[in-house]
Design a protein around this ligand. Sequence first.
Ligand code: MG
Length: 158
Amino acid sequence: MYRIGQGYDVHQLREGLPMWLCGVQISSPTGFVAHSDGDVAIHALCDALLGALALGDIGHLFPDTSDEFAGIDSKILLARVVKLVREHGWDLGNADITIALQAPKIAPYITDMRECLASVMGVDPSVVSVKATTTERLGFVGRKEGCEVWAVVLLERH
Ligand code: MG
């Protein structure tokens, strides 16, 4: 008994804002414009988890018109989504995340990101993959206007 889900998110970059990715703060002159902390990677992961069970999306669960979610740590949103998934009778098999960002380089943060996401989701880091790529200076990612993230998850019935 398996379900698969995919999620996608984009956030705009602006100078002087904090940059959070996969629950880890990245040292960067630019960060994400957002109602929450702007963790675009966690948002894509949440949408993949919700998508696997056809439970809608995070915009539906945590509306950006609600003051409750203003500036919220996205790890809290992820924990709530994972709880919902478990309540529906499913466990995470594995997750695979691809982050497209021109700068800064996020390779040095990958281990911390995997450990952080695994700890929030209550799984082993070996089932959480985080990959990073640039877009060779092409498109809005290449022009450093934003960051794009794709996430895929497999759920197993418990
Ligand atoms: Mg988002």
